[in-house]
Design a protein around this ligand. Sequence first.
Ligand code: NAD
Ligand code: DAU
Length: 336
Amino acid sequence: MRILVTGGAGFIGSNFIHYWLQNHSSDQIVNFDKLTYAGNLENLKNIRNNENYTFVKGDIASSKDVTQAMKGIDIVINFAAETHVDRSILDPAPFVITNVVGTQVLLDAAAKAKIKHFHHVSTDEVFGALDLASRQKFSEETNYNPRSPYAATKAASDHLVRAYFATYNLPVTISNCSNNFGPYQFPEKLISLSITNLLEGKKVPVYGDGLYVRDWLYVEDHASAIDLVLQKGKIGETYCIGQDNDIANIEVIKKILAILAKGESMIEYVKDRPGHDRRYAMDATRIKKELGWHAKYDFDMALELTIKWYQQNTKWWKKLKDRKFEEYYEEQYVKR
Ligand code: NAD
Ligand code: DAU
């Protein structure tokens, strides 16, 4: 099998490639990535010379790039996206280009190349926000109600994927996953930023009251879920992925502080994110019952593994917290 992984130099894409080559050693992986600020070939340096792995620099919004890359490919897995909600609030334009136009360009090339299976990696954020007081969870039946520019572009991309299935019979599947954490996550997201800030002796910025809830999943468990969708998923179907790890941000941060033996004085409450979604929670019954998926990692164990990884890979993340990152940090956390 020859698999085109778009966005394979990012956090989840690179973890997925490592997972795939370990579990399907006879497959060929082509990693197609634009290498934005979030794309990092260091994530894949130990497989650089693996004969089953190739890297192609390209943009999913370029028809020329994707048509070329699609030659001889059996399966496409689309991870490529602009992914950080706060950056989408500062500047939505690149999100529309990559997440909406890019997905459409990729779908078009996949349909023309008669790809056997197109899997689109999406998010729980397309469903909007749940109340803190309710016990409701998102499922495949939940109506779309995206509330940030990032979520709106991911929702549009999901609709396009379904449209290509209905209109052109492109064999597609979609997965909508909850918040991921683990190795190689760019240090801008809650867990990666908190760990790296604390390792640098800096405080952790907490938005609003800190009582916003996310359903956390270790990245390797996301990879195993996508693996099952590719092996056993029904064409045209959507699968929600999550682990019932609904935890308030402040509780996540307190767990990180405890593991790193730091006090609560390292918490800094800052101005809230505009339109901040209060709670996400996923009902993953379909993928569990129909495909037999279950998460391997429990949250506390995976958090310890993740912290250990950032402690052992300071060179990796320190390089990413460069001048450009500082400018972003200033705009996001200081000037607002
Ligand atoms: P990331 O920001 O770490 O990586 C994104 C990758 O896409 C980078 O390597 C970047 O260079 C590449 N890319 C961006 N624009 C591109 C373009 N135009 N052409 C080609 N490559 C491009 O993202 P991530 O956290 O690994 O997320 C991967 C996917 O999973 C995204 O589609 C995201 O919406 C989805 N997702 C993420 C999470 C999460 O918690 N991180 C949860 C659910 C779903
Ligand atoms: O739910 C899946 C989504 O999870 C993915 O689709 C996105 O690509 C990914 O970025 C992530 O989005 P979130 O906005 O939920 O993740 P983030 O880590 O940015 O924020 C998690 C929570 O922590 C959220 O309530 C905002 C809060 N937060 C975040 C940052 C960066 C803070 O309180 N302080 C911070 O500095």
